[in-house]
Design a protein. Structure first.
Length: 137
């Protein structure tokens, strides 16, 4: 359980806008692992998993994920968090690109990680896309 939490801490640190480390982010995943943006209905596999971190960092160069609560079992880690940052780049969405607005976001989110041997096999991100859209205008 502790190893799983350490993996998730490493994953979030690698996804920070100020210190983006895509190789470090990808290293947290099992070879057959994937990431799913649940509201958008998009799955990312293989090297494309890095788009989860790089896409947010491109749109919000100062992106920060404020961890509010973590709970873990032997094969599951659940994280309640807030995604924060200033919209200074183009945000790619399923509805099309959203140009920079200069507005700050504070979006509630719940991430669910399925784990095996200290690696992420599935990452389901339940972000409040409606709140993100409202905050960007």
């Amino acid at each position: 359980m502790t190893q799983n939490i350490q993996t998730i801490e490493k994953l979030y640190a690698a996804a920070e806008g100020a210190s983006l480390d895509l190789a470090g982010f990808l290293s947290c995943f099992a070879p057959d692992g994937y990431a799913r943006n649940v509201p958008a209905g998009i799955d990312f596999r293989g090297e494309d998993i890095a788009l989860v971190a790089s896409g947010m960092a491109e749109a919000f160069p100062d992106v920060h994920r404020e961890i509010l609560h973590v709970d873990a079992t032997d094969n599951l880690v659940v994280v309640e968090l807030a995604i924060r940052g200033e919209h200074r780049g183009t945000l790619m969405t399923s509805a099309g690109p959203v140009p920079a607005t200069g507005k700050r976001i504070d979006v509630p989110c719940c991430d669910v990680f399925h784990m095996k041997e200290g690696k992420v096999t599935a990452f389901h991100c339940y972000n409040a896309a409606n709140i993100l859209q409202e905050q960007l205008g």
